[in-house]
Design a protein around this ligand. Structure first.
Ligand SMILES: Nc1nc2c(c(=O)[nH]1)N[C@H]1C(S)=C(S)[C@@H](COP(=O)(O)OP(=O)(O)OC[C@H]3O[C@@H](n4cnc5c(N)ncnc54)[C@H](O)[C@@H]3O)O[C@H]1N2
Ligand code: MOO
Ligand SMILES: [Mg+2]
Length: 418
């Protein structure tokens, strides 16, 4: 009665691959650099000048000719005449010649003629009265090799070098590069807009008082936080009842306005599992409706009105895991990530896990480091109906199907999620 169509189980990897065929990059937009953190670049960034673009002093001290101080030591200091003071941000006017030195600050351009900079701590300044003009000379007590404390032109970055490829996410290092090259505005991919619909007649709005048999809608807010963490813009929609017409109208009204629609609930075999009813009558294309995973086995997806619709199981744990496995890679791919799928690490199980499973499990896990090794344990009671432990999960532990469980100390794959 309920299933108007069958359910063919596919693997998590197959489901991801099916979804990836429908990913469209969002269009680009220009935003101030200060508003671009965590966004992804819509084009390659090349260096249009070398860094540094002048010979840069790395220390406060004296720019000199290395040949003049070859023999310098505390007992045999080289005495040089100071001809100029060079603060950072200025351009030296005089060329250093044999027998002379220029006082120079960290970050200032090294004057022509000088081929090393001696740190201030290795020198003593001496007053000098020369033909009635007050001047200084400097005593250099150490020899330093040619090139010391000078970053040559292009010592850090060569002109025309590829600095940041398209898709780079703007973190602290990228922000520093963009600022260095004068990008006060950057062209990035627009954040994918993701509409979130919870379904279920039992759901109350967050501000509503508890009622017998009814619960507050927590999934919409959990999923919205996940959307934002994945780089999307979450649009929390009014939760829907188990009425299929209502769900159909609401989704049809919304699909064209966003890049992705996520629903939670109503995908199992219950009498009121409304997404199942919808997929039995809608004009879209059902992509899958069963995934070899636990939790979230009934996770479904469709392509409808030119948009992806991802329907997650309603149980909070299943919604959370389904989002991490499927929605996060979609949002990342839409916003330009070249590697949207999570990458596995290995960790050692910190507890016995004595449940086998017909399908691979994705257990919410909490990691810690012990004697330099990464260890992991389930974040709490490992049931998809349990919500309270989600806050403690920093990874998903992937436990293969079959068997009767896993022993403490076994190596397992984990997918970091924070
Ligand atoms: N006979 C069977 N029953 C169930 C099966 C099955 O294979 N055979 N699968 C179980 C599994 S596994 C899961 S997961 C759930 C999937 O259920 P649905 O996706 O249909 O979700 P609902 O029935 O709507 O809700 C399940 C559960 O989650 C609560 N929920 C739903 N939405 C929210 C929300 N927005 N915020 C907080 N909590 C929510 C809902 O009240 C239910 O308790 O089916 C099992 N049953
Ligand atoms: O989706 Mo259910 O959470 O497989 O347990
Ligand atoms: Mg159900």
């Amino acid at each position: 009665m309920k299933l108007k169509f069958g359910r063919k189980v596919i693997s998590v990897e197959e489901a991801r691959s099916v979804l990836s065929e429908y990913v469209k990059l969002t269009e680009t937009e220009i935003v101030p650099l200060s508003a671009a953190f965590n966004r992804r670049l819509a084009g390659d960034i090349y260096a249009d000048h070398p860094v540094p673009h002048f010979r840069r002093s790395g220390v406060d001290g004296y720019a000199v000719c290395a040949a003049d101080i070859e023999e310098a030591s505390p007992d045999n200091p080289a005495i040089l005449r100071v001809i100029e003071h060079i603060p950072s941000g200025t351009v030296p006017e005089l060329t250093v010649y044999s027998g002379s030195a220029s006082r120079i600050m960290t970050g200032a351009p090294v004057p022509d003629g000088a081929d090393c900079v001696v740190m201030l701590e290795m020198t003593d300044a001496l007053p000098l009265l020369d033909a009635g003009v007050s001047s200084t000379q400097v005593c250099i007590k150490k020899n330093v090799p040619m090139g010391s404390n000078i970053t040559p032109i292009a010592g850090e970055i060569v002109a025309q070098e590829l600095l940041l490829p398209q898709g780079s996410q703007i973190g602290p290092g990228e922000a520093a590069i963009l600022a260095t090259f004068g990008y006060s505005y950057v062209t990035v991919f627009r954040k994918p807009r993701v509409a979130i619909f919870s379904t279920g007649s039992e759901l109350l709005n967050v501000e509503e008082a508890l009622q017998p048999g009814r619960i507050r809608n927590s999934n919409s807010y959990m999923l919205a936080a996940q959307v934002e963490a994945a780089g999307g813009e979450a649009v929390i929609m009014q939760a829907l009842s188990d009425n299929v017409e209502e769900v159909e109208i609401a989704l049809l009204e919304t699909l064209a306005k966003v890049d992705l629609v996520i629903t939670s609930g109503g995908v199992s075999v219950g009498d009121y599992d409304v997404l199942v009813d919808l997929f039995g009558r809608f004009a879209g294309k059902l992509l899958f409706n069963k995934v070899a995973m636990r939790p979230g086995t009934p996770t479904s997806a469709a392509f409808w009105e030119n948009r992806l619709l991802l329907s997650l199981s309603g149980n909070p744990g299943a919604s959370f895991v389904g989002f991490e496995l499927f929605a996060k890679p979609l949002i990342k791919a839409m916003s330009g990530s070249p590697s949207p799928c999570p990458e596995a690490m290995t960790a050692y199980l910190d507890v016995d896990y004595d449940k086998g499973s017909a399908f691979p499990r994705y257990v919410r896990g909490t990691t810690h480091v012990e004697n330099g090794c990464l260890r992991v344990k389930p974040s709490g009671i490992d049931k998809s109906s349990i919500m309270v432990s989600i806050k403690d999960a920093d990874c998903l532990i992937q436990l293969p199907a079959g068997g009767s469980g896993f022993a403490r100390g076994e190596r397992v794959l984990i997918y970091p999620i924070k």
